[in-house]
Design a protein around this ligand. Structure first.
Ligand code: 8YV
Length: 303
């Protein structure tokens, strides 16, 4: 792959960067001052044949438009919402992502968020550290609830509901073809789906109200799946019971209005953030680029 010119859009993983640097001709976009980036891309347009982006900076139409020799966009993420797939399709540019390898970590975090939010683990920890336990006595009681995220939740012995475009009878879980109905009948709603035009703000005011003042929303998918303004309003009004959020509409900003709420847990998009998973993701990006350079079938193409 030594002749493959690769544009890395943002620092994302030390090992991946090191490998790309050793094995390809690497262009680091963030090293270039913002105002000079277009000029930089124009100067290197003939060499850049691949883009490696992630969930924060992918490959937009403008960047792709400046790179006439671009052949592949290999994303260090399962989500491809930051890649202009339409333009890639029109130009015949291949796209790959890192599916499956991060699912376990994200599911662990989702369950962690449920427990942390519902049992107020962070708040209790601050209660001990601040000395409030000694001075104020026992911590307040939290509510018992039924919650679930498929397989892992089976261990919690709770009923599992799911909403999707089609029913998956083999799961044995309760299928809802209507999200509002499911929200009405659930205590915890986990948001974990790709961000598309169809799913943008899929969690809106109505869904939040249906989940209700005893319900908890967990988002480990993408920020814009949830109408954040509505979410904040519902939490401040007490119309929603709580929220555990790993993703936000305008990362790295998280709504400051939520910082004082004890029924909310805010995380900095760490779903796949373990050494092991990020290494496997990086290897998948490298293997896709290698396959492309050798003219072999891609391992995880995005159709
Ligand atoms: C990453 C993600 O946080 O895979 C995704 O879609 O959101 C994450 O795994 C990110 O791309 C790592 O830099």
């Amino acid at each position: 792959m030594e002749n493959l010119g690769v544009l890395l859009t943002i620092p994302m993983n030390g090992y991946l960067e090191e490998q790309l640097n050793e094995r390809c001709k690497l262009f680091r976009l963030w090293d270039v001052p913002k105002g000079d980036r277009i000029g930089f891309l124009k100067v290197h347009a003939d060499s850049i044949r691949a883009i490696v982006g992630n969930a924060t900076v992918g490959a937009d139409a403008k960047t792709i438009g400046l790179l006439p020799k671009l052949e592949i966009v290999s994303s260090f993420s399962v989500g491809v919402d930051k890649i202009d797939l339409q333009v890639c399709r029109e130009r015949g540019i291949s796209v790959t992502n890192t599916p499956d390898v991060l699912t376990e970590d994200v599911a662990d975090l989702a369950i962690g968020l449920v427990l942390t939010t519902m049992r107020q683990i962070c708040v209790s920890d601050r209660f001990v550290r601040s000395g409030a336990w000694e001075s104020n006595g026992a911590f307040r009681l939290t509510r018992k609830n039924r919650y679930g995220i498929a397989k892992r939740s089976e261990a919690f012995d709770c009923p599992i509901n799911y909403y999707s475009r089609s029913e998956k009878p083999e799961t044995g879980y309760t299928y809802y073809s209507n999200l509002l109905d499911m929200a009405t009948n659930s205590d915890v709603l986990m948001v974990a789906c790709p961000l598309t035009e169809e799913t943008h703000h899929i969690i809106n005011r109505q869904v939040i109200n249906a989940l209700g003042s005893k319900g908890v929303l967990i988002n480990i998918g993408r920020g814009p799946l949830v109408d954040e303004t509505e979410l904040v309003a519902a939490l401040l009004d007490g119309r929603l019971g709580g929220a555990g959020l790993d993703v936000f509409e305008n990362e790295p900003e998280a709504p400051k209005e939520l910082f004082g709420l004890d029924n909310v847990v805010l995380l900095p998009h760490i779903g796949s953030g373990t050494w092991e998973t990020r290494k496997v993701m990086a290897d998948l990006v490298l293997k896709n680029l290698e396959a492309h350079a050798l003219g072999k079938p891609l391992l995880t193409p995005v159709s």
